[in-house]
Write a protein that binds this ligand. Structure first.
Ligand SMILES: C[S@@+](CC[C@H](N)C(=O)[O-])C[C@H]1O[C@@H](n2cnc3c(N)ncnc32)[C@H](O)[C@@H]1O
Length: 260
C-alpha cells in the first residue's frame, strides 16, 4: 500500500504564490492548465467507462442527486462548467430543464460529449463551447444556474471560478458544485486510501493505458479543500445561503450558494 503521509497540505502549496498543486507535485501556475489538459486528452475516450469502474457506478447516484438539487425547469438556463462528456447537462435536459450551455476547457472531452448528445437525441436547447471556467465569456447576469461537477479540483484558481460563476448568475440564481471531498467516517479512510492509491492507478493503467493520470486523480482529491473550506470560499466569492451536503461518508460533497 502506498504511504500517503508525505502528501503536502493544501495550505503549504497555496503559500507559494507562483506555484500551485498538480496532485502532490508543486508546479508553476502557468504549467498546471497544460498538465490538466494532457490528463483529459489522454483519458477522454475511456472517461465514462473508467468512471463506472472506479466508483462502482456510484458517481451516477451522486450526479442524479446533484441534478435533482439543481432543480431543472423549462424556464431556467443552465451553464455547465467543466462539463466533460455531459452527464450533468444531459441530466438537466432530461429532467425538463431549459436551454443548456455545456462547456469545458478541453475539446477532446467536449467532442465525446457532443457525440453522446447526438446519440441520445439531445440536440435542441443545447450549445457547446470551449470555455475556461476561470474566465467565462458570458455577460453578467445571463444564466439561472451554474454547475460544475468534478471540475473545480482541476482548476488552478478555484476562487476565480466561483467568482465568475456568481458574476454570470442572475439575481436569484444558484451555483452548485459536486466534487470529491473529505471523508468523515474514520473507518472508511484506510479502505478509501487503499482504493485510491493502489486500485485506481492500476485500473487506469489496465483500462485507459494511463496509470499516471489516475495517480493524479487520487492525489488531486486529497489536495482539494474540505467541505468547510470550500463553503467559506463560496461566501468569500459573494454567494449567499451557502450550504453543503456530504455524500457517501464525505467521499463527495455537493456545495450550493445563491446570488441574491
Ligand atoms: C473529471 S472531469 C468532469 C466531467 C463532468 N463534469 C463529469 O462530472 O463527468 C473534469 C473536467 O474538468 C475540465 N477542466 C479542467 N480545468 C478546467 C478549466 N479551467 N475550465 C473548464 N474546464 C476545466 C477537464 O477538461 C475535464 O473535462
Amino acid at each position: 500500500m502506498t504511504d500517503n503521509s508525505h502528501a503536502p497540505s493544501p495550505v503549504s502549496a497555496d503559500v507559494m504564490a507562483e506555484e500551485t498543486d498538480f496532485g502532490f507535485r508543486s508546479v508553476r501556475k502557468e504549467e498546471k492548465k497544460n498538465l490538466v489538459r494532457s490528463v483529459f486528452d489522454s483519458v477522454a475516450g475511456k472517461y465514462d467507462v473508467m468512471n463506472d469502474i472506479m466508483s462502482l457506478g456510484i458517481h451516477r447516484v451522486w450526479k442524479r442527486i446533484f441534478v435533482t438539487e439543481l432543480g431543472p425547469q423549462p424556464g431556467l438556463r443552465l451553464l455547465d462548467l467543466a462539463g466533460g462528456t455531459g452527464d450533468i447537462t444531459f441530466g438537466w435536459l432530461k429532467g425538463g430543464g431549459g436551454p443548456a450551455i455545456m462547456t469545458d476547457i478541453n475539446s477532446s472531452m467536449l467532442s465525446v460529449g457532443r457525440d453522446r448528445a447526438i446519440n441520445q437525441g439531445l440536440v435542441s436547447d443545447l450549445s457547446f463551447c470551449v470555455v475556461d471556467a476561470e474566465a467565462i465569456p458570458l455577460r453578467d447576469m445571463s444564466v439561472d444556474r451554474v454547475s460544475i461537477a468534478f471540475g473545480l479540483r482541476n482548476c488552478t484558481d478555484k476562487l476565480a471560478v466561483i467568482r465568475e460563476a456568481r458574476r454570470v448568475l442572475r439575481p436569484g440564481g444558484r451555483f452548485m458544485c459536486l466534487e470529491f471531498s473529505k471523508v468523515q467516517v474514520a473507518a472508511l479512510a484506510p479502505i478509501y486510501d487503499a482504493w485510491s492509491f493502489n486500485v485506481l492507478p492500476a485500473m487506469g493503467g489496465m483500462v485507459a493505458k494511463d496509470r499516471d493520470s489516475y495517480q493524479y486523480l487520487a492525489e488531486s482529491i486529497r489536495m482539494f479543500p474540505d467541505q468547510e473550506t470550500l463553503a467559506s470560499m463560496f461566501r468569500e466569492a459573494g454567494l449567499s445561503h451557502v450550504r453543503y451536503q456530504s455524500l457517501s461518508g464525505g467521499i463527495a460533497a455537493i456545495h450550493s450558494g445563491w446570488r441574491i
